[in-house]
Design a binder for this molecule. Structure first.
Ligand code: SAH
Ligand code: SF4
Ligand code: F3S
Length: 438
């Protein structure tokens, strides 16, 4: 039995939506009078907000639980939240006896009740999926940095054959227009200058009046203190004309698009159930670039999907060359329990995957260096997000989502005009432009 916790620590893994969810859980616990502890070691309650996307991510939770044991043998109250909680449910408490609470991504608004239950000595488990009810139960945000996440859509109906997300996050659901606009206003009032709209397929957002993501973007762009809007992650099939046009017409919509294609081989895409081919993806990129020529394109790639041949992999490298990425994420295929691909024949050996991943990442790195080099000499705005490692150094983001290092007296949340002077694969350096006095 645990005493009712007075302090908490939330640790989030995985995607930005988990970061958003983790912030919401922290607010819920804060609203109950608990205080945020500096780290897990100092907290009465530790929430592990987990990710199930690849095996490594999912297994990590068990070693993390083990590490929470303290020198005197005691453990804090432990809650496992997020996608592993949803996927494994009660299996978690069977494998890890020190876990007190298992709460899925659609049930975390019940966390305070569950903490009370655990304090009374009962294990608490909730992996129900009542779409959207959690959003209504969340307290209003009080504290907010310059760059904020806002979940507008959750879940996925695409069922790519490798992916657990449709099972852990449930069916595609869009939050209502008013709820999103109200939260955006609250974020603006709390000091946000940039809002990133989140969804597993964020560009599938829609409402009963048939409005799309671009309508939401336009409405948020009309809020005077919001300077920048971003959105992630998108699916190629949901890239509506209106959204592409918004990249041309809405100045506050940043020139950055994360649009995963996963593979450059049509055969593999078919086996992945991606329901688009390589040519249609490349055409889409052309249309986006026609609307916004300087747009930075990001993506996700999986190497070693079952049955992927050398020729399939070469086709992926060709596709990457054809796109020209500013950045991209890439992963070795990881078989996930319950997904169709996990039981497909021709699983690719680990050593082959390693080699392919290395080659792909080398190519993406070259492209990132080239992208950053091409921005040298540009004058642009940087939203300052935090202090850099060196004295006097600040770190912010360019419109193209580059990490920008500047020597500046600017404060977090300032928008400063800079000239980019040099760049590497992961960041660029810039000098602040001193505006001539009037
Ligand atoms: N909804 C988003 C995010 C999905 S998860 C999308 O469709 O893009 C993020 C990325 O993880 C995916 O794009 C994919 O590249 C990768 N991924 C998903 N399942 C995987 C698996 N089983 N093995 C390896 N990578 C995977
Ligand atoms: Fe997973 Fe595919 Fe849905 Fe993305 S679109 S979340 S990769 S099933
Ligand atoms: Fe991971 Fe769940 Fe996000 S599996 S990537 S935390 S949706």
């Amino acid at each position: 039995m645990n005493a009712p916790p007075k302090s908490f620590h939330v640790k989030s893994f995985g995607c930005q939506m988990n970061v958003y969810d983790g912030e919401r859980m922290a607010e819920l616990l804060g609203a109950e009078g608990m205080v945020a502890a500096a780290d897990a070691g100092a907290a009465d309650l530790v929430v592990l907000n987990t990710c199930h996307i690849r095996e490594k991510a999912a297994e990590k939770v068990y070693s993390d639980i083990g590490r929470l044991r303290r020198d005197d043998g005691s453990t804090p109250m432990i809650a496992v939240a997020g996608c592993v909680a949803q996927a494994e449910g009660a299996e978690i408490t069977r494998r890890a006896k020190s876990v007190d609470i298992v709460v899925g991504p659609q049930a975390y608004h019940r966390l305070p009740e569950m903490v009370a239950e655990a304090a009374a000595g009962r294990r608490a488990l909730d992996t129900d999926m009542p779409a959207l009810s959690k959003f209504d139960a969340l307290p209003r945000r009080r504290k907010q940095g310059p760059s904020a996440f806002l979940t507008v859509q959750e879940g996925c109906d695409k069922f790519c054959t490798y992916c657990v997300v449709p099972y852990t996050r449930g069916a595609e659901v869009s939050r209502p227009w008013d709820a999103v606009i109200d939260e955006a206003k609250a974020l603006a009032d709390a000091g946000a200058r940039e809002i990133t709209l989140l969804g597993q397929n964020v560009n599938a957002w829609t409402d009963e009046r048939g409005r799309g993501l671009h309508d939401l973007i336009e409405a948020i762009a009309a809020m005077p203190t919001i300077a920048r809007i971003r959105y992630t992650t998108s699916h190629p099939n949901d890239m509506a004309d209106g959204l592409i046009a918004a990249h041309r017409d809405v100045e506050k919509l940043m020139p950055f698009l994360h649009l995963p294609v996963q593979s450059g081989s049509d055969r593999v895409l078919k086996a992945m159930n991606r329901s688009h081919d390589v040519a249609s993806y490349l055409k889409l990129i052309d249309r986006v670039r026609a609307a916004r020529p300087d747009i930075a394109i990001s993506g996700d790639y999986i190497v070693g999907f079952p049955g992927e041949t050398d020729a399939d992999f070469e086709a992926t490298l060709d596709a990457i060359r054809a796109v020209g990425h500013a950045q991209a994420f890439s992963f070795k295929y990881s078989p996930r329990p319950g997904t169709p691909a996990a039981t497909m024949g021709d699983q690719v050996p680990e050593a082959v995957m390693d080699e392919r991943l290395q080659r792909l990442q080398a190519l993406v790195r070259e492209q990132a260096i080239a992208f950053n080099a091409a921005t040298i000499g540009r004058t642009t705005d940087v939203l300052v997000e935090r202090k850099g490692k060196l004295p006097g150094q600040m770190l912010g983001k360019s419109p193209w989502l580059q990490s920008v290092l500047i020597d500046s007296a600017a404060k977090v949340g300032d928008m400063v005009e800079v000239e980019i002077v040099s760049g590497g694969p992961n960041s660029v350096q810039a000098v602040e432009r001193v505006r001539a006095a009037a």
